[in-house]
Design a protein around this ligand. Sequence first.
Ligand code: FAD
Ligand code: 2HG
Ligand code: ZN
Length: 490
Amino acid sequence: SDSYPNIKRDPRFSELKPDDVKYFQEILGSGLAVIDGLSQDASADIEAYNSDWMRKYRGHTKIVLKPESTEQVSKILKYCNERLLAVVPQGGNTGLVGGSVPVFDEIVINLTRMNKIHSFDDVSGVLVADAGVILEVADNHLAEHNHIFPLDLAAKGTCQLGGNVATNAGGLRLLRYGSLHGNVLGLEAVLPDGTIVNDLSKLRKNNTGYDLKQLFIGGEGTIGIITAVSIHCPQRSQAINVAYFGLESYEKVQEAFREAKTQLSEILSAFELMDGRTQNKILRNAKGKKMPLQGEYPFYCLVETSGSNSEHDSEKLQAFLEHVMGEGIVEDGVLAENQTQVNELWSCREEVSESLSHWGAVYKYDLSIPIAELYDLVDATRERLTKAGLIGDTDEYPAVDVVGYGHMGDSNLHLNVATRRFDKAVERELEPFVYEWVKEREGSISAEHGLGIAKKDYIGYSRSDTMVMLMKQIKGLYDPNGIMNPYKYI
Ligand code: FAD
Ligand code: 2HG
Ligand code: ZN
C-alpha cells in the first residue's frame, strides 16, 4: 500500500474472488454490501471506508460488508477464517490511529446497520444496545430516562458504541464516570471462527473467574467483533454548570486544578486544558466565532460541575472562580448562564481537534504524562522543530504550529503538530523523540486513542517484552489465523 512503504501484504491471505462476493451477497441479501465498481447505490462510495478521519491512512478494500445481525457476523467471520480472508472491523471510522481502515485489501466489516437499542432499565441504569448504535443516539435515548452515557467526546455524532468499547475511549468526563473497563458490564462478540461469545451480563458484580470481556475493551478489533454491549449508565445530573478561564502559566493551571478538586470535589465532572494557541486556531478557522474572554492568555481551562442542585452548584462554582481570581491563580473567567452558553464554552474545547486540520495534516500524540511535566513536552517539541527549521508562517515550512490541550484531570495531553502536509522530515523529528520523552517519564504513548497502525512500532515504549509476549499469546489463542485487523499493533 502506498501509505505504508515498510509493510508488505501477507501472502498467506487470500484475495477476494467472485465466489466470495456471491457468498456474502447470499448471507446479507441485497444492499448490505458496498462493492467496488459493482454497487448499485452511487452514493455508497467505497473510498469513505478506505480512508480514515485524518486522511492519513488509506487502504484498498474492494468490499464493505454491513451485517444486520450477530448471526450474519458469525457466518461472515467463519467463512473469512476458513478462506483466509483478512478483515477490519469498522464502526464510525472516527478513530485517530489508523486502526479502522484496511492496510491493503482487507474486507471491511462495518457495524452501522446493527443499530438497535435493546433495553434500558432506569432502576439499575443498565443499557443494552447493538455495537452500531451511535454514541449520541444512545445518550439522547438515556436523556429521555434521566440518565447519561458515561462517555462523551467530540465525535459523538458519528462514533459507535462498538468502536468506543473497542478503543476503550476516554473522553471528556472520564474524570467523573471512570473508564469503560469499569462501566461496561458485559458484551456479545464474535470470534474469527464464528463462535458467538454471549457475555451480555447486566451484573455490576460478578467475580467468577477471568473477566474475559476486558480483552475486547481496548482490544481494537484484533481478537473479535463486538456486536452488542451492556453498560452501566449514571443518573443524569439536573444541574450542569461550566466555567472557562484564562491563566498565565502552567504552574497556575495546576494550582487551579488542585483548587477545583478541593472546592468542587463531588460535583466536579470535567477539568479540561487548552493552550492559547489552540484557542487562536479556533478563532481563526471557525467562521464568525467569538471567544468567551476579551484578553489573550497562554492557557485556558474549562471546568464543569454536575450535581443535583443548580443554585447550590452555581454558587459553588462562582465561589471557586472568585477565589482563584482573588488569589491571582486565574486572570479572567466566565460562567455559563444558560444552556446556550454552556454549549458555547464547551465548543472552545470540542472544536480544537477539528480546527487544527485546517492546514491539511496533523501529527497527533495522545499521551499520559505525570501532571507536573505534562505541558513541558509541547515547548520541547516546538523548540525541536524550530531548531530543525521546519516550522514557520509561510508555505515553505511544512509545520504551522505545535499545540497542547487535553484531559488535564486525567493527566492526558493531546500534543498536536499542525502541518501543511504529511512530511517525512517533520515525522523524523517527532518520532521517536516524543515516545522517548514520554518513556523517560514513565508515561504512556497512548492514553485513550489506542495504538492502531500509527503506534504499531512503538508499543515497546510503554509495555515490557513480557507484556507484549503475553498479548501475542492471547492474540494467537483467539485468532490463530491472524485474520482480525492484521498489520496493526499486534
Ligand atoms: P472506529 O474508528 O470505526 O474504530 C476504531 C477501532 O475499533 C478500530 O481498530 C476498529 O477496528 C475497532 N472497532 C470498531 N468497531 C468495532 C467492533 N464493533 N468490534 C471490534 N472492533 C471494533 N477518543 C477518545 O478516547 N477521547 C476523545 O475525547 C476523543 N475525541 C475525539 C474527537 C474527534 C473530533 C475525533 C474525530 C475522534 C475522537 N476520539 C476520541 C477518537 C475516536 O472517536 C474514538 O476512538 C472512538 O471511540 C472510535 O469509535 P468509532 O465507532 O469511530 O470506531
Ligand atoms: C480530544 O480530546 C480528542 O479532543 C482528540 O481525544 C484529540 O485530536 C486529538 O489529538
Ligand atoms: Zn481526548
